[in-house]
Design a protein around this ligand. Structure first.
Ligand code: PNS
Length: 179
């Protein structure tokens, strides 16, 4: 993580470039995440994907592996950067001098949790707002935990994750590795 990120301005207009942060566990990144990344990157000058090193959960992939998988699937999106973060999201947002936080809403069941963290984050850090993207309908039921469960039994995860990371996921479970 770059502790010394400075505010970047647009060369032509001198306007501050709008920076978004899309935080999450991404264990692993799914097609639903990628959909949000593509759409949010179009509305930001720069989109930083913050990968949480979560001390309370035991993830399938280490934070370094999750960062590498995200780099693999976003390699063709020029204004996206992937960074690990530790601790509070608002501290990461301050270090990055972010303008807004991006989160995806799949269904009403996400709403209660999301509104709680968005309001708490805004209370702690009023200069950063949370912007919600409604997940595209075809990914509204996709989650990293569902992908992990299917992959653990060797099931087909091709409808849920980018093709280029399927092998990495199956290898974690010593399951089928054909792509
Ligand atoms: O992909 P996830 O697991 O739904 O992402 C949750 C995440 C990373 C956004 C959330 O757990 C988070 O921001 N954690 C960092 C710790 C923090 O700031 N907690 C207070 C939020 S009120």
């Amino acid at each position: 993580m770059n502790m010394f990120s400075s505010v970047k301005k647009d060369e032509k207009t001198g306007q501050k470039r709008k920076k978004g942060i899309y935080p999450g566990s991404f264990d692993p990144v799914t097609l639903g995440h990628l959909d949000i990344i593509k759409r949010a990157s179009k509305l930001s000058d720069e989109l930083v994907i913050g990968v949480l090193k979560n001390s309370s959960k035991k993830p399938l992939f280490s934070v370094e592996e999750r960062v590498a998988l995200l780099k693999k699937v976003t390699g063709d999106i020029p204004n996206v950067r992937i960074e690990p973060f530790y601790g509070l999201l608002v501290d990461f947002a301050r270090i990055e001098k972010a303008d807004f936080i991006v989160r995806g809403l799949r269904a009403v069941t996400d709403f209660e949790y999301e509104i709680q963290i968005a309001q708490t984050n805004h209370k702690m850090c009023p200069e950063v707002d949370t912007v919600f993207f409604t997940t595209s309908v075809e990914y509204s039921f996709v989650s990293s935990s569902l992908v992990r469960e299917i992959a653990s039994y060797g099931g087909d995860i091709s409808a849920f994750v980018p093709k280029c990371i399927m092998k990495d996921i199956y290898e974690k479970y010593n399951k089928r590795t054909e792509e």
